[in-house]
Structure formats: structure tokens, C-alpha cells
Design a binder for this molecule. Structure first.
Ligand SMILES: Cc1ncc(C[n+]2csc(CCOP(=O)(O)OP(=O)(O)O)c2C)c(N)n1
Length: 426
């Protein structure tokens, strides 16, 4: 479909899979001559994984195409919404782990669809990955029935579809491809329709086994389809001949020698699935790279124009916050055409006396608006929801894709997102 797309990986510890795909699609080789898809490149890819001065263990913004720091789980969905805002041609596919989905920040982020205008913003396609387990126990979502999942996500305002790769007799790859086609067509239909209230955007629930295609059993313990598949499953392979045998059998099961030869490299099967235009490859998204391709500097009014004479305390009947509101309204006016400024507010615009902003814009709201509601519209540029996590995630996604934003908070409430800010700083 020649769709502009970005991929946001929630469980950043799944980085080997992402890194391998960036290697195969040629993105790593594009930025680093020594990462060509040949034997030397494969060796480097494997040896320098999670290694000092090599590649990190988790996906992170140093990786081409990645904007989310992996590690602390929970922020993938709000970051994806932030990246898609004001990018009408962009589709952000966001993979959310079922362990990750148990976090408060992810639980809140599903509701960002209520603020998201599918005609003016891009599209977020959430893919909830139910492999059923986190590190050492089943997940809440993994043990929910299909009925419970469908009704939950319908209630959240999505059009959910389940892809079950654990079901016998279906090709999971065909099922997933069909689900992606369905999602793409549904988005086009919603964008073309005149019905503007509560658009039900698609989301996919994907059931797989955890450790799918890995060893079935080690020392009498179930591995594939169980939490024991998390991270290193054959940690004693170096000294235990039995584990080494299982490791050997496992790796050979991928028939690598049929997929790659030292002489001819990878077969055409890789090229066949890549987009024709190199810029459309996942690691090459201009939005993820930021910089010149997408960045426009913010026009700022002269701050002196907003000053007041406060020489005699308690006399002017104004407040610094009101003046800040007037200033921000002017920032919105001066950047209206560029559509590159947003205000993120966890229900803090009025209470912080910043409401003069609403003379220049309003709060975004896609669900029903009552006649007595104030400052709500489908086109508002203020994102307001009582979730500091959502607001910080939106801001990170928006800023990391080359735009500008401001977040209103203070005192104890800002601590709610202090670890998110740490991750962002990393
Ligand atoms: C906020 C947070 N708490 C705890 C952890 C530690 N941790 C790392 S992976 C993981 C389990 C993740 O499960 P899931 O999201 O289902 O990922 P997957 O099964 O796909 O690996 C946990 C708890 C973390 N990374 N972030």
C-alpha cells in the first residue's frame, strides 16, 4: 500500500527480533558498512549483541527507526499515539506485551483513542501480543477468553480482531497478513466516512505461544508455551552436553543453511517482502529519525510583550500563570499553519490559570460533546486527560518525531512520571 509506517516495540527485551529485521532489510548496513547482510555482518550482529561498546540488550533510540527506550514497560502505546499526532499519513504499529499490558500506564493509554482525530492525525494500530506469560507467571490478559477480550476492547472504543497462532490447522502468517489488510481497509473506510463521532479504529489481539518454535521441554520442564521460555532457556549449554544437544537441534530447526549461503547471501525471499522505496523500510522512517526531514523550529513570540509591571506587589490583579496562558495562546496562533505544537495537560489547564490558551485552540475530543461542554472540539490542540503517564508518553512520541510540546504539572503529581523522564533522558 506504499504506507508510511513506523514500528514501536513495547517489550524492548524482544530487541534481537527487531535488530535482526533491521539487519535483513538493510537498514543497519546503510548506517554501518560492517553490517552488510553477509557472514561478517551476521557474526557482528550476533557477537556484539548485549556487549560492551556493541549493541544494547534492549531496543532504544540509538537504533534506526526506534523512538522508545525499551526496559521500563508500559509506555509504548502512549508514545505511539504521540508519534502519530499531526502525521496524517503515518501508521504506527505498536506491539504491546501482555505483561506490559498489566501496567497502569498501558491501561490508561487505550483511552487515547478518545482524543485522537483519525482524519487529521495518523493511525495507531495496537497489536496486543498475548503469549500468555510474563517472566514467571501467566498474564491477566492471556487467561481471558476471546469473548472477554472482544468485549473489553470494544468497550474501549476499538474494533478488535483476534489472530490466534496457537490454533491448529491455520497458517498464522496468513492470518496475520489478513488481519493487517483488514485493519488497513478499515482505517481507509473510517477516514472516508462522514460519521465523525467515536470512530472505532482497528486493533489486533495476537495469541502465540511464548518461546514459539523454541525447545519444547528442558529437564522435564515445559518451555515453549510457558513462562520458562522468558530470556535464556539453555543457560548451561556450555557445560551440559544434554543442553548443548537441545540447543543444536533447536538452532538447526530453522534450516539456516537453506536461507543463507556464504556465496550468494540471503535468497530473494528477503527482497521480495521489502518495500520498493528504501525510505519506506521500518528502520528508515523519517519520523523516527527526526531532524531535517520532519523538523520545523517553533516560532516564539517576544516574551517582553507579555510582561506586566509588578513593581508594587499585590496591585496588578494578574498572575504569572495568566500571562503564561496569554503567551502560549500566541504560540498556538503563530504556529497554527505548521501544526507542530501541542499542549499536554492532565486536567491542569483551567486550574493552573492557563485557559487563555482556549482563545487560540481547544481540547481535542472525538467522543460525544454536549452543548454545555466548554473548549472541546475534534480539532483541539490541547491534549487533556487525567493521566500524567499518558501526557508524558504523548509528549515523548511527539517530540521524538520532531515536533514541540509543553506539559503542565507541578509538585507531587510530576513525580508520577519521574521514572518515565529518567527513561527518556537515557
Ligand atoms: C515497569 C516494569 N516493571 C518490571 C519490569 C521487568 N520485566 C522485564 S520483562 C517482564 C515481563 C514482560 O512480559 P511481556 O510484556 O508479556 O513480554 P514478553 O512475554 O513478550 O517477553 C518484566 C516484568 C520492566 N521491564 N518494567
Amino acid at each position: 500500500h506504499d504506507q508510511d509506517a513506523m514500528f514501536v516495540l513495547g517489550p524492548g527485551h524482544g530487541f534481537p527480533a527487531l535488530q535482526a529485521n533491521l539487519f535483513l532489510e538493510g537498514t543497519l548496513g546503510h548506517f554501518d558498512q560492517s553490517m552488510q547482510p553477509n557472514l561478517a555482518g551476521i557474526r557482528k550482529l550476533c557477537r556484539e549483541f548485549s556487549w560492551p561498546y556493541g549493541f544494547p540488550s534492549h531496543s532504544n533510540p540509538e537504533t534506526p527507526g526506534v523512538i522508545l527506550e525499551g526496559g521500563e514497560l508500559g509506555y509504548a502505546l502512549s508514545t505511539s499515539y504521540g508519534a502519530a499526532m499531526d502525521n496524517p499519513n503515518l501508521l504506527v504499529a505498536c506491539l504491546i506485551g501482555d505483561g506490559e499490558a498489566e501496567t497502569g500506564p498501558t491501561a490508561g493509554a487505550w483511552h487515547l483513542n478518545k482524543l485522537f482525530n483519525p482524519r487529521k492525525d495518523g493511525v495507531v494500530l495496537p497489536i496486543l501480543h498475548l503469549n500468555g506469560y510474563k517472566i514467571s507467571a501467566p498474564t491477566v490478559f492471556g487467561r481471558m477468553s476471546n469473548y472477554e477480550l472482544m468485549t473489553l476492547f470494544s468497550g474501549y472504543g476499538y474494533e478488535p480482531r483476534i489472530v490466534d497462532a496457537t490454533k491448529e490447522g491455520v497458517d498464522p502468517h496468513d492470518e496475520m497478513a489478513a488481519a493487517l489488510e483488514w485493519a488497513h481497509a478499515l482505517v481507509a473506510e473510517i477516514r472516508a466516512s462522514s460519521d465523525k463521532i467515536a470512530p472505532r479504529m482497528p486493533m489486533i489481539v495476537m495469541r502465540t505461544l511464548k518461546g514459539w518454535t523454541g525447545p519444547k521441554e528442558v529437564e522435564g520442564n515445559k518451555i515453549e508455551g510457558n513462562c520458562l521460555a522468558h530470556q535464556t532457556v539453555l543457560s548451561e549449554a556450555k557445560s551440559d552436553p544434554e543442553q548443548l544437544k537441545i540447543l543444536n537441534h533447536w538452532l538447526k530447526s530453522y534450516k539456516f543453511n537453506e536461507l543463507f549461503s556464504e556465496l550468494t547471501g540471503f535468497g530473494d525471499f528477503v527482497g521480495d517482502i521489502l518495500p520498493d522505496t528504501p525510505e519506506k523500510r521500518l528502520g528508515m522512517s523519517k519520523h523516527a529519525h527526526g531532524g531535517d526531514g520532519v523538523y520545523k523550529s517553533l516560532i516564539l513570540p517576544n516574551i517582553n510583550d507579555f510582561a506586566e509591571d509588578a513593581e508594587t506587589p499585590g496591585t496588578i490583579g494578574s498572575s504569572s500563570m495568566r500571562r503564561a496562558g496569554a503567551y502560549l495562546a500566541e504560540v498556538f496562533r503563530q504556529n497554527a499553519d505548521n501544526k507542530n505544537f501541542r499542549f499536554m495537560s492532565p486536567d491542569e489547564t483551567y486550574s493552573n490559570k492557563l485557559d487563555e490558551i482556549f482563545q487560540a485552540t481547544s481540547r481535542s475530543w472525538q467522543w460525544p460533546i454536549m452543548s454545555w461542554d466548554k473548549d472541546l472540539s475534534q480539532d483541539g490542540r490541547v491534549m487533556e486527560m487525567l493521566s500524567e503517564h499518558n501526557m508524558q508518553g504523548l509528549m515523548q512520541g511527539y517530540v521524538l518525531t520532531g515536533r514541540h510540546a509543553m506539559f503542565a504539572s507541578y509538585e507531587a503529581f510530576l513525580q508520577v512520571v519521574s521514572s518515565m523522564v529518567d527513561q527518556y533522558a537515557k
